[in-house]
Design a protein around this ligand. Sequence first.
Ligand code: CA
Length: 743
Amino acid sequence: MRKGRRLLVFTGFALLATSAAARDRLVHDPAEFSRAVDAARPGDDIILADGVWRDFQAKFQAQGAPDNPITLRAQTEGKVILSGESNLRIGGDHLVVSGLVFRDGHSPNGPVIAFRGGDDEAASHSRVTRVVIDRFNQPDRRHEDHWVELYGQYNRVDHSQFEGKSNAGVTLAVIRRAEPPIVNHHRIDHNYFGPRPPLGSNGGETIRIGTSEQSRSDSATIVENNIFDRCDGEVEIVSVKSGANIVRNNLILDSQGSVVLRHGNGNLVEGNVFLGHGKPHTGGIRVINAGQTVRGNYLESVTGTGFVSALAVMNGVPNSPINRYDQVVGAEIENNSFINARRITLGAGADAERSLPPKDSRFERNLIVDDGGKGIIRTDADVGGIAFAGNVQSAVAAPAIGQGFVRRPVKLERAANGLLYPTDPALAKVGAPRTLRPIGKDEVGVPWYPKGASARAAFGSGKTVTVAPGGLAGAVTQAKDGDTLALATGDYLVSAPLAIDRTLTITGVDKAARPVIRFTAPTLFRIAEGGRLRLSGVTIAGDRAPKATGNAVIRTAPGPMLANYAVEIADSRFTAMDGAPGFDLIATAPSQLAGHIAITGSDVDGLSGKVIAAHSETGDKGWYNVERVAIGDSRFREVGQIADIFRGGRDESTFGPQFRMTGSTVANSGTAAGASISLSGVQVAEIADNIFTDSAPIRVTHSVGTPRTRIVDNRFSNTPAPVIRELYYRGPQRAELAGNVVR
Ligand code: CA
């Protein structure tokens, strides 16, 4: 680009006149920077000296000229680090920012980068390119901010990297003027949107274009050739809330959630590649409103259902308020490939309020192939308003839709572009085009900064260190991320909490003679920022813990935590934790999220508190403590409560909390608390094939969205039947209760 500009200087007379005095200004501190900005003229480069710029709130307010911008850039790309309390405001026209890295800090006020100087100083024709924002999070995950806010018109964000946003708020938001709204014409292209872990509340979108208030006007923003890699923040990856936008040729990789045409009309979603690799909740495209076109997209092994189906065409609300659901009218859905996708839902969300099915819409030349022959299309409403023609679907036992489909075996072959296509030439015009080319990692972001570095080390990915009695505390301190501590048989006594701030596995060497860990502080393991703990093949006894209320085997450090932690327990035994009240196995705290807690093949015998105490969030903002709980093949006896999980609020933005318990036994538990398991606001609960004896009932409270509760094939002996309560919904029983035996 710089080369191009120099070329213009030497070929254009007019440009020569204005650029003759173009200067490079190397600046070393904020004062020099401000003077350089004040003096900047079209063509100038303001160059930040290499190094760490700590607590630098840069205001880049200047006027460049067409084809002759003022550029703010790093002396060496990637060597200028804005850290601490830093941010950038870009106000004016024809400005370019490049080569900066934001990390090790957060914005002290508002977004990290805003395309406006002050409230009325929106930038236009300006560009942020080759910029990195890496984990530049507010210290409290509940504190909301955006990383990039686009205002004005004709701005561009390209070849940049955004990764590891863990606090609330959209990663990149197009903020639209309210009165009157203007057409934005922004371009967001060739960026790497890296891992964004589940937020545990609404507000974890990666891109949002507008808000519902101005959504019936056009933004005309283009989102193209970006990679979205593990963008798991919430159910919406890209939330379109305006008209005439284009989302095309993006690669959506292993990301929970969907591209959602939430509000606004006349948007185009074309040529995107969604690869889910079977990961849970990987979605596709959700259609709402009028005049939407979805064509030439390729979706493979995405597993989402309901709103996050590979394709979800929603039902609308009559005379919808602007923040609800306009009817789908005139949708054109054509030439998309759905390969081993789990679900297409038509009329999604149909209920008493969302009563208007799609109309005047077309569904043509789509290719639907799945191994199982289950038939992935599900109709939740009348689909008479959708014309089906020329679609091809692999054999289905009981098709949901009769007309407009040819059902036949479809043999697929992976083409040079890495995607699957039918081998039969007769199917050349069905499904996504062969010209699709998933964008490569080397074509997005910058070459000088790693991509995906914020992802956590996997359990067992490091080295294994053998530990003898007496050596546990020292070994925990010295362990590296991903290491495994292999405990020899023997008695371990721990006198102070063991801080876990990395991925660590602690395992017994001999399954037949497990090491026994006792502890004398109120906490055995304290999980801190970055911590993930796996225990296997150990016995932990609570008989040496203080005879005081509130002990815990595992608890998180107090205060907010940004990274999602995890706890896995396998083949372990917990005993003698009933010497004082409120002894928990895993105790959680507010403003922290466990990505998952898994307990398998383990015994808990005598615990006065809760195995999983995940009820510390309060209020109706939808915050909660744990995304996924899985308990399998375990035994609980004389336990205060197995799990206490709470999520407030009613929004449908998150996948969690989810709770699953199978193949386990519960005895003499939950009676003091009045519930053996207490789930409130849990979105997905499955409790199957368990035996409850002499225990309090399971209590489930439905509040959020469309909860899916299955309590099946359990035996309840001298234990009341499950109690299901609806906080808001009025209608027939929504929980599936089947095959249970209550005696
Ligand atoms: Ca949302």
